[in-house]
Design a protein around this ligand. Structure first.
Ligand code: DC
Length: 232
């Protein structure tokens, strides 16, 4: 299918399969995939490794803001996909731990951190042909995105997906902790002051609780055909 040079914004709750779906779409249409959550996770990893977080789940926001000029989170494309880097170090696995997940919501609520990530996303998305996923892409980062999708799925389904993903990576979380982390992040992400997670009025809702990836892609193709008048 000949998809025009558009920006596709995919937002939604944690572990709804946004990144898997976004990668699949990017691959199908030869688009660039940008994972905005990975940027927030990269900043959070830096904060964790530089003593800017505490055991009682608090963060040193001033220190994180002060360090932003030294934090270089980028993406590198390879034939095997896109990987997140902190400077010269690949952090793709290190940013997916429960420890990073437990600090990423407060870190991403810092206005200066959001500005830092937004600026990087804008620079990377120039020219279109981009699929981007996150929490506020269709509402704040790219309010004029040509196609907006809001993803959702049941809590148990999401927790099972995240749990299986972590086990596959050799981590050993308890299922209850994964459920609790998702609930906490759902609440935090949708109640924070800056850019809370919310569905853009013009976003199409995709509840993939009982859908296969193939079905999700068929749904997206249908949406694009209808929206852009592509007869194929
Ligand atoms: O998609 P993810 O779970 O990797 O995102 C990690 C966190 O980053 C998520 O809990 C909230 C934050 N985030 C955000 O605030 N805005 C975005 N556009 C993407 C992620």
């Amino acid at each position: 299918m000949n998809v025009p040079d558009i920006i596709i914004a995919i937002d939604g709750y944690s572990s709804t399969g946004k990144s898997t779906f976004a990668k699949l779409a990017a691959n199908a249409f030869s688009f660039l995939y940008l994972d905005s959550g990975a940027m927030y996770r990269g900043v959070t990893l830096y904060a964790l490794e530089h003593g800017m977080t505490s055991k009682d789940n608090t963060i040193d926001a001033a220190a994180i803001v002060g360090a932003l000029a030294d934090i270089d989170v980028t993406f590198r494309s390879t034939p095997n996909g896109s990987f997140t880097y902190l400077g010269e170090r690949c952090i793709e696995d290190d940013i997916r731990t429960l420890e990073v997940s437990s600090f990423v919501s407060p870190v991403s609520a810092i206005p200066e951190v959001r500005k830092y990530v937004d600026a990087r996303l804008h620079a990377l998305a120039e020219g279109g042909k981009v699929v981007m996923d996150g929490r506020d892409i269709g509402t704040t980062v790219f309010p004029n995105a040509h196609l907006k999708i809001f993803m959702t799925a049941g809590l148990e389904v999401r927790a099972r997906r995240r749990y299986d993903e972590m086990i596959a990576k050799g981590q050993t979380p308890s299922f209850e902790d994964v459920v609790k982390n998702l609930q906490d992040r759902d609440y935090y992400d949708s109640h924070r002051e800056v850019s809370p997670l919310t569905r853009a009025a013009d976003a199409f809702v995709l509840d993939n609780s009982a859908m296969t990836l193939d079905e999700e892609l068929i749904w997206l193709r249908g949406l694009i055909q209808g929206r852009f008048g592509i007869l194929e």
